[in-house]
Design a protein around this ligand. Structure first.
Ligand code: PEP
Length: 251
């Protein structure tokens, strides 16, 4: 049986927040300071426009800052895009890649995610790769197969040399208030673990598997206590410091 890994609680602010939202980082910093010894790593992924200021606000605290996407090239003629190098330069340590909203809104394929993962690794960022099935895929019994395909294509072979972080986010649970049963979460995390171990060996054993999709203060403890769940990727409930803090201390 594996020793308990230090969990990661990551907040994805999506396209929410202007300068005023930085107050939430300051508040979270205070809550974490007051709490003292926290048993999780904490990451906040604000919109790119806030990243640098968020990193400055988080200075001197355990809060780390991440991006929500990056381009696969380090620079060049890609109007409107942000590279992994730029995220790193602005103060990011991590980047979320392959979020279902990117896959849907921007037609992002697993091959494109693979290239972004390589760019993130070259820039010194830790990628958090998102996978997950739609409701139709869960209902027709192909959830495992969909996740297999997403994982096998999205992860480059050299991913095995670094820390792997995967977020299992069933698309139908994101922002809906609905979550899978704890058994379904445990089953999918075990499935992902098996795939990672067979491809990456001990690096797969030590991969952090986050669950994402309608995690909130009221369900965090049971979800985070589920087998093979090593943290959470939190959308809506990460926008307010008090809610996000309640999830952080539920580990
Ligand atoms: C997400 O966007 O990654 C997410 C999990 O959102 P929510 O927590 O709002 O469902």
């Amino acid at each position: 049986m594996q020793d308990r890994m230090r969990p990661l609680i990551a907040g994805n602010w999506k396209m929410n927040g202007t300068g005023a939202a930085l107050e939430q980082i300051a508040k979270l910093k205070t809550l974490l300071e007051e709490a003292g010894n926290i048993e999780s790593d904490v990451l906040v992924c604000p919109p790119a426009t806030l990243l640098h200021r968020a990193a400055q606000s988080a200075e001197g605290s355990p809060i780390r800052i991440g991006g929500q996407d990056c381009h696969s090239n380090p620079n060049g003629a890609h109007t409107g895009d942000v590279s992994a190098t730029m995220l790193f330069d602005a103060g990011a340590s991590h980047v979320i890649l392959g979020h279902s909203e990117r896959r849907t809104d921007h037609g992002e394929t697993s091959q494109a995610v693979n290239e972004k993962v390589q760019a993130a690794l070259s820039a010194g960022l830790i990628p958090i790769v998102c996978v997950g099935e739609t409701e139709a895929q869960r209902l027709d019994g192909t959830a495992n197969q969909v996740v297999n395909e997403q994982l096998s294509t999205s992860l480059p072979d050299n991913f095995g040399k670094t820390r792997i972080i995967i977020a299992y986010e069933p698309v139908w649970a994101i922002g809906t208030g609905r979550t899978p049963t704890l058994d379904d979460i445990a089953q999918m995390h075990a499935h992902i673990r098996t795939l990672l171990v067979s491809r990456f060996g001990s690096t797969g054993e030590n991969a952090l598997l986050l669950y994402g999709g309608s995690v909130k203060p009221s369900n965090a403890e049971e979800i985070l206590g589920t087998a093979d769940v090593n943290g959470a990727l939190v959308g809506g409930a990460s926008l307010l410091a008090n809610d996000f803090f309640s999830i952080i201390v539920a580990t």
